[in-house]
Design a protein around this ligand. Sequence first.
Ligand code: SF4
Length: 546
Amino acid sequence: MQLTVWTYEGPPHIGAMRIATAMEGLHYVLHAPQGDTYADLLFTMIERRAKRPPVTYTTFQARDLGGDTAAIFKDAVAAAYARFQPQAMIVGASCTAELIQDDPGGLAKALNLPIPVIPLELPAYQKKENWGASETFYRLVRTLAGAPVTRAPRDGRRPVCNVLGPTALGFRHRDDLIEVTKLLETLGVAVNVVAPLGASPADLGRLGEADFNIVLYPEIARAAAQYLEKAHGQPFIDIVPIGVGATTRFVEAVAALAGLDPAPILAGAPSRLPWYSRSVDSTYLTDKRVFVFGDATHALGIARVAARELGFKLVGLGTYSREFAREVRAEAALHGIEATISDDYLDVEAAIQAAQPELVLGTQMERHVAKRLGIPCAVISAPVHVQDFPARHSPQMGFEGANVLFDTLVHPLMMGLEEHLLGMFREDSEFHNGAAPSHLGHGPARSAEASAPAQATAPLPEPLTEPAPPATAPAPIRVEAEAIHAMPQPAAHPAPWAPDAEKELRKIPFFVRGKARANTERFARERQLPLITLETLYDAKAHFGR
Ligand code: SF4
C-alpha cells in the first residue's frame, strides 16, 4: 500500500474512457461501483466537452454484492446496445469490479450482439491511465483493422498516412493535430484516418489503406503502430514534433517515407522561436537552470527545446511514465544528470529542491510544488487543470507550437532588465528582492530565501533548506517508497550561518541564491565546519567556480 495525496495518472479504465470518448460510434460498458461516474466530469468540465462520454456504468451498490452482479452487467450491456446502437463496444471492469471477478468479456460474449465487443483486461492495481489508453487502442486496432490490403503502387498518387495518438483529455491534442495535419497537407501527404480522436470503428477498419503511420503520442499509440507495422506492413514515424529541431526532423522523416521534398516547408523561417531565442533580449536566458517533469512525450520534447533551442541548462529531467524510463534516462545522461523516474510527487519535489532550478516545467503537481518553493513554473504536460484546455489555439507541436513554447517557457521568468535592476538595487520599495516579476502583476512573493529583507539588523531567518509543508496539504506518510531513483537528501542540520555571511548571501540575485546557499552548505558539511562564515561563502564560491 502507498498512501498518496496526488496521483499523476488515473486508473487504467480512465485511459479506456479517453479512447472511447475520443471516438464516434463506440460505446464502453464499465463494470464499476456507484460513484465512478465522477470520471464523466473530466470530460464535461475539464475538457468542456458538450456531451457525456459514451460510457455506461453498472454502478452496483453494496447491497448488490450479495446478489447477481454478473446479471447487472449483462443487463447494462444489453440496454446500452439497445439505446446507443454503437458500431462496436468495449467492456471492462474498474478497480473495484476487478475484485469481484465477473468476467465482463465472457458475459458480453454470451449476449451474442451483432457488433464487435472487445473485452479489456486492464489490471488496475499494476497499471495506470496512459497504459490503459494504449492497451485499449491497441485492442481496438487489432480487432477492427481487418485483413491486410494490397495498396496501390505509389506512382502517380499522393502518399497516404494515418495519424495515431490524439485522445480525449489529451494535453493540447486538439491543437497539435491541427498543426501536424497542416504540415502533412503542405508536404503533399494525404491523411487517411486520424485515430482515436474523431474516428469510428469503421474508420479503424480502413487503417490498413495508408502507406505509413504517424505516432504523435508514443504513450498512447506506439503499441498500435507496432501492431500495424507487423500485421499490415506499415512503417511508422514516432518522432514527436515538439520544438523546431524535432519538427524539422519529423518533416524530413515523413518526406523521406513519402518520397517527397521537405524543402518547401523548411525554407525560410517557419517558426519565430529560433530568432526570438537568438535575439539579444534572450541573452539572459542562457544557462537558466531548468527542471522538466511530465509524461515521457512532453518531458523529452520540452527538455530538448529548453536545452537546445533556448539555451537553458537542464538540471533535472524526469517522468512518471515508467514504460519510457529508458528513453528519459538516456536523454538525462546527455546532460550529465540522473533522471527522476517516479510517480510519487514527493520524490519529484525532493528532486526539485536538490536541483535548485530557476524554472520548473512540469505538470499541475509541479506547479503546486514550485509555487510553494517560490520558483517560476509553466505547465507542459498532463495532468492539467481546466485552464490548460484553453479556448485559444495553443499547440505544442509543429512550428506554431514552437512559437507557443517560446512564450510559455519564457513568460514565468523575470524579464531581463528587471532581473538586472534587482541585482543592483535590492532595497528598492517596489523592485526589491522579494517581489514577483512585475509583468505578472502582484503575484505571490518569492520563497523565504528570495524574499528575506536585506536588513543587516533584522533578525535572521532559519536557513531554508527544508520548506515547511503547506497547511492545507499535509505530506502523506509513506508506507512504501517505490521510487526507482533515490534522490539526494538535504542535510538534516546544515551548519548555521554567521550574520555577515547571511547578509552577503542576500546580495546574490535571488534566482541563483538558493543554489549558492545549497553549495555553501554542502561545502561546509563536507569539511565539517561548525559555522558558515564570510570566508566559507567565498571559499565555496571559488571551489564550485573552478
Ligand atoms: S473503482 Fe477505482 S476509480 Fe472507482 S472509486 Fe474505486 S478506486 Fe476509484
